[in-house]
Design a protein around this ligand. Structure first.
Ligand code: TRP
Length: 452
């Protein structure tokens, strides 16, 4: 009995830790703007299908590889097969690209928190407020610097455990508040059209671009294809049920993303009449839409302030774990001290983040396929590198170590692997073929060979 109980808490602890890394700006900021841009219900449906098939299989594979080897990405692939050491390195490049621009967005969140707490809800709700803010030079840079600095200080001082404790309490609050704002938003005139847009798929909207966007989001949101889940898996106990843990992490992560979409997309229709330009606003969507919602609400100033501080904590914990990942890679690879690695990563992220921050203002002339610098960074990591890492992970599991070895890892302690067949077929055949097709079509359209 005692044993059972402690297993349960361990498993819960594992699920919460992994979900804590998974839930972040990806769910609250990124998912809604992609869903709004790529056809609402169509995107949602594709995302859900990919989550229960690809996302599930890939997360099972990564956590198993971690638990089996007890190592993080770079060491794990190498220890199973020498030729696949490159995959760990490729996977590690992803957080290095994500972290700087993640901190830029973290800075925006911090700015909105500051505006709300100083009573600026009505000015923040103005049509041009966000655009004026990000097209500036120094202001977005200062907020980016503050966010990155806070993250670096926490990692440098090694006090992330304290922050994680605080955020464990704040996360459920964020979920409840998101639900509350979503319900409020749905009562505003016009929101029902937005709800229909969000929930009803239109098959005519399905394109390779939409599928690629949904897949990139899946990797990003669940922290897949970048070695993170391998590291988490390396801390997981053999007696904890791997399959059901993965299910729970997925349900949690997808649930939060779904709620965030429910909060933002109907509100776009209620407050901007479903204007196509607003729907395809991209990274700014949350910042343009939510202040209008809070401004129309009783006590909106207080609720908005609370909302942005909670999102700030969600972003901060993710940023800490991103930075932590990079720091430990550098410490391992270069044999540097923790302090030296922290300072190096801080400076690197600062240099890499500046163009993303300026890309909406002074560097606005830099544009590739209509994307700003931040979108380009995001595209390289989510739509190029991560599908490549995912592809090689599938090949690695499907043909090198064989699905059987993962299946055995999942069955550890005599548990049945309920989705064994689905996992095997997806990881070995469906996922790699699909990934190649999607990548090829996106490269082709990027090169202008054809557009789908
Ligand atoms: N999944 C996180 C989110 O949704 C972002 C993220 C990507 C992340 N990779 C990570 C967080 C690594 C922590 C560690 O926001």
């Amino acid at each position: 009995m005692q044993q059972e109980r402690s297993n349960f808490t361990n498993k819960l602890g594992f699920v919460l830790a992994a979900a804590g890394s998974a839930v972040g700006l990806g769910n609250i900021w990124r998912f809604p703007y992609l869903a709004a841009k790529y056809g609402g219900g169509t995107f949602l449906l594709i995302y859900l299908i990919l989550a229960v098939t690809f996302g599930f299989s890939l997360m099972i594979a990564e956590i198993s590889i971690g638990r089996k080897t007890g190592l993080s990405a770079i060491g794990a692939f190498k220890s199973l097969d020498k030729r696949f050491g490159f995959l760990g390195i490729l996977a590690s490049a992803v957080p290095i690209i994500i972290f700087p621009y993640y901190s830029v967005i973290g800075g925006w969140v911090l700015k909105y928190f500051a505006v709300f707490i100083s009573g600026g809800v009505s000015s923040a709700a103005g049509d041009d407020y966000f655009t004026t803010f990000i097209s500036g030079t120094f202001e977005p840079l200062v907020w980016f610097f503050l966010f990155l600095g806070a993250t670096a200080v926490i990692v440098l001082l090694g006090v992330e455990k304290g922050i994680e404790k605080v955020s464990k309490v704040l996360m459920p609050l964020l979920v409840i508040l998101t639900l509350f704002v979503a319900i409020y938003g749905l009562t505003v005139d016009g929101a029902m059209d937005g709800l229909a847009y969000y929930l009803m798929p239109h098959m005519s909207d399905v394109s390779a671009k939409t599928i690629l966007a949904a897949m990139g989001q899946l990797f990003y949101s669940m922290s897949l294809a970048m070695g993170i889940m391998i590291t988490y898996g390396s801390y997981m106990k053999k007696e904890n049920n791997l399959e059901s843990s993965v299910r729970q992490i997925e349900i949690f992560d997808t649930g939060v993303a779904f709620l965030a979409g429910l909060m933002i997309i109907p509100a776009v229709f209620a407050f901007s009449g479903g204007d196509p330009d607003t729907l395809s606003a991209g990274p700014g969507l949350m910042f343009m839409t939510l202040p209008k919602v809070f401004n129309s609400m009783r006590f909106g100033s207080v609720i908005g302030t609370l909302f942005f501080i909670l999102v700030f904590f969600a972003a901060l914990t993710s940023a800490i774990s991103l930075m932590e990942t990079i720091v430990s890679i550098i410490m391992d690879k270069l044999n540097w001290t923790r302090r030296k690695s922290c300072i190096f990563v801080f400076i690197l992220a600062l240099i890499m983040g500046i163009p993303s921050s300026l890309g909406f203002g002074p560097l606005g002339f830099i544009s590739w396929m209509g994307m700003s610098v931040l979108d380009i960074m995001d595209f390289i990591s989510n739509s190029v590198l991560m599908p490549i890492v995912a592809f090689f992970t599938c090949i690695f599991v499907g043909f090198i170590i064989k699905p059987k070895s993962i299946v055995e890892e999942v069955q550890e302690g005599n548990v049945t692997f309920k989705s064994e067949k689905m996992f095997t077929v997806i990881i070995k055949w469906i996922a790699p073929i699909f990934l190649v097709l999607i990548l090829a079509s996106s490269v082709a359209s990027a090169l202008g060979i054809f557009t789908i």
